[in-house]
Design a protein around this ligand. Structure first.
Ligand SMILES: [Zn+2]
Length: 321
C-alpha cells in the first residue's frame, strides 16, 4: 500500500479504529479530486476485510480476503458507482434501485463472518430518491457494517445524510509534500513544479495533466495570449483552435495565466504575456473571473467557439476587437 504522505494522519486514525473495532457506521471521505481520498478509502476497506493485517494496520495483500478484494469479488465489499446504461454509456447519477439493493444486501449478515463495507462513489451523484433510500439504511445500521461515502463536492449531499456521517479529516499536502510525491512517481523536477503551479498545488491533477501532455498546452495558451497582447494574432483564430481541443482545460490554464500576470505586474515586473501597466491589474482580475465563468458555460449547450471568442475579445491589452 502506498498512500500519499499527507494522508498519513488520516490513515493512522482509520487503522486505530480498525484495531479497536470501534468504527462509525457511516464515514464521509470528502475533498476535491486529486488529493488521494479514493486511495485512502480503498486502503481502509482492504484493511478492514484483511485476515492478517501488517503491523502498521494495513492489508497484507496475500490472504484470501485480500486476493478477493484485489480481484473485485469479495462478497463483503460492495461498490456502488455509475452503472452502464443500455446504450453502453455510463449513467451520470446513482439511482434509487442501486441504493435500495445496497440496503437489502447490508441487512444480511457478512459472508466471511467479519465486517461488511460499502463504498459509494461518487456519493455526491446520488439523485434525491437514491439519497432517501440511503438515509433509511443509515437510520437503521446493521452491526459490523460500514458505509463509506466518497465525494468531491460534499455540499451536494443532503444535510440529513451528512449529519449521519463521521467526516474523515483529510489534510491538504504542503508544496514540498506534493512536489516530493510527484518526484517519487518519476516526474522531473521542473515539470513537477510547473504543473503544481498550474493546478494550484493539486498533485493528482498535476499528474493527470502530465500524462495528457497538458504542459505543452499551457505553453501554447501563454503564447496565444502573448500574441493577442502584441496584436500578432486575432481572437477568432485562437477561439476556433481552443474550441476544437479540450477548451475546458485551456480555459483553466488561461485563467491561471491571467492571475499570474496580475501578480507579476503587482510585483513591479513585466508580465510573461507582454502586459506592462499596473493599470491592467484590475482588468486581468476581472478577466480571470470571466474565464472561470466561461468554463462553466462550456457545460451548457452554448457553442464553445462563441464563448471563447467573446472572452478573448475582452483580453485586457486589446483596445479594439
Ligand atoms: Zn490480507
Amino acid at each position: 500500500m502506498t498512500l500519499p504522505p499527507w494522508l498519513a494522519p488520516s490513515w493512522r486514525m482509520l487503522a486505530d479504529a480498525i484495531a479497536s473495532g470501534r468504527i462509525h457506521h457511516a464515514l464521509l471521505f470528502a475533498s476535491p479530486r486529486g488529493y488521494g481520498k479514493r486511495a485512502l478509502a480503498d486502503a481502509f476497506a482492504a484493511a478492514l476485510l484483511c485476515q492478517q493485517r501488517n503491523a502498521d494496520g494495513s492489508a497484507c495483500g496475500k490472504c484470501r480476503s485480500c486476493l478477493l478484494v484485489a480481484a473485485g469479488s469479495h462478497p463483503d465489499l460492495a461498490r456502488v458507482t455509475f452503472e452502464i446504461r443500455d446504450d453502453g454509456r455510463p449513467r451520470t447519477e446513482l439511482t434509487v434501485d442501486q441504493l435500495r439493493a445496497l440496503g437489502a444486501r447490508l441487512s444480511l449478515s457478512s459472508q466471511f463472518g467479519g465486517w461488511q463495507i460499502a463504498l459509494i462513489d461518487p456519493a455526491d451523484a446520488m439523485n434525491p430518491n437514491a439519497a432517501n433510500a440511503l438515509l433509511k439504511t443509515l437510520e437503521e445500521p446493521s452491526s459490523n457494517t460500514v458505509i463509506a461515502l466518497i465525494a468531491d463536492d460534499p455540499s451536494r449531499l443532503p444535510p440529513t445524510i451528512r449529519s449521519r456521517c463521521r467526516k474523515i479529516d483529510l489534510p491538504m499536502p504542503t508544496r514540498e509534500e506534493a512536489l516530493a510525491w510527484l518526484r517519487s512517481r518519476g516526474v522531473e523536477a521542473g515539470a513537477a513544479a510547473a504543473t503544481l503551479d498550474a493546478s494550484m498545488n493539486n498533485p493528482g491533477q498535476a499528474e493527470a495533466w502530465l500524462a495528457e501532455g497538458a504542459l505543452a498546452m499551457r505553453e501554447e495558451c501563454a503564447s496565444d495570449l502573448a500574441a493577442l497582447t502584441a496584436s500578432r494574432a486575432g481572437p477568432t483564430a485562437i477561439a476556433e483552435r481552443w474550441a476544437s481541443d479540450r477548451p475546458d482545460l485551456r480555459l483553466w490554464f488561461a485563467a491561471a495565466l491571467a492571475r499570474d500576470e496580475a501578480r507579476t505586474l503587482a510585483a513591479g515586473r513585466r508580465g510573461a504575456l507582454g502586459l506592462t501597466q499596473r493599470a491592467e491589474i484590475p482588468k486581468l482580475n476581472a478577466w480571470f473571473g470571466r474565464a472561470n465563468q466561461a468554463r462553466g458555460l462550456l457545460a451548457t449547450p452554448v457553442r464553445a467557439d462563441l464563448v471563447l471568442l467573446d472572452l478573448l475579445r475582452g483580453w485586457p491589452a486589446r483596445s479594439t476587437s
